[in-house]
Design a protein around this ligand. Structure first.
Ligand code: ADP
Length: 265
């Protein structure tokens, strides 16, 4: 963007000058573009279930009015779609909260091992549904790090939930906590939380984009699993505000490993 202003008494006609300002507003334009893309995505994500629900209501009012079997089936789908909209709104609110850079960084120490155990316990029913075995390593003793307990719980829940969803059915998901005297990525002492599955894995060309809002490798599959496409974006923001690092490794056909590094010193 270039701004041109006349200077030096140009108005009085005594030899005019021009002052030219160069200001790089590329980032502003990009931010605006990203915002409209985001709004378009959110609208699309909300409209899809709404259209489905509206369609079923019409069918129930008309052709399927006296069909008890169809009614049960449609109500079931409508309940599932409203559930998805609820999750989307929850995730959007979480994202807005963690993107708010003004908010204070975590100061108090929390027991990361206890948070991991809690997240695993909360996801046991979901793991059972896919016959996935959750194996927890290194979480039987305290491991303190500065952090926000609710936000860290959300990180662990999102990662473990993904591994259950995208991991191998009847396979294993490993949740491991390591204490590191020196973590290279943190340039200091820290904790490494590893969530590993035996699923299909993720092709290398997707790895760099997984934490973008609404980025999915397979939209159909993600939606079928009730996903919002926001889980990893939330993870990335929370890890960043803890001055931590997120590392994603994957070998297609073998599985994926998500590592969260949290500084302790
Ligand atoms: P979603 O709600 O779609 O699961 P996420 O932001 O949590 O959204 O994940 C984004 C995408 O990353 C998913 O749609 C999926 O394609 C991929 N993904 C995430 N975790 C895994 C995993 N453990 N294994 C394979 N793919 C994964």
């Amino acid at each position: 963007k270039v701004t041109i202003s006349p200077i030096g008494g140009a108005a009085e006609g005594q030899g005019a000058g021009l002052l030219v300002f160069f200001e790089d507003v590329t980032h502003l334009a990009e931010a605006g573009e990203r915002r409209s893309e985001f709004v378009a995505n959110v609208s699309h994500e909300l409209r899809t279930p709404l259209t489905a629900i509206a369609g079923f209501i019409e069918t129930l009012r008309g052709p399927a009015r006296d069909d008890a079997e169809a009614r049960d089936r449609f109500l079931e789908i409508m309940a599932r779609e409203t559930g998805r909209m609820n999750r989307l709104v929850d995730d959007l609110l979480s994202l807005a909260r963690v993107e708010d850079v003004e908010r204070m960084r975590p100061e108090a120490d929390v027991d990361v091992a206890a948070l991991l155990n809690r997240a695993v316990t909360g996801l046991a029913p979901q793991a059972a549904q896919r016959a996935v075995r959750l194996s927890v390593i290194g979480c039987d003793t305290v491991a303190m790090a500065p952090g926000d307990p609710d936000q860290l719980t959300q990180v662990f829940t999102n990662l473990i939930e993904n591994s259950i969803k995208y991991g191998r059915e009847a396979g294993q998901v490993e949740v491991r906590l390591e204490r590191l005297e020196h973590a290279q990525l943190l340039r200091g002492p820290g904790l490494r939380i590893v969530v590993r599955d035996e699923g299909e894995g993720i092709d290398a060309r997707h790895l760099g984009r997984l934490t973008e809002r609404f980025y999915r490798v397979d939209s159909h599959r993600s939606r079928g699993m009730g996903g919002t496409g926001l889980g990893l974006a939330i993870v990335k923001h929370i890890v960043n505000r803890h001055r931590g690092r997120l590392r994603i490794e994957s070998e297609p056909g073998q599985g994926s490993t998500f590592s969260v590094f949290l500084p302790t010193g």
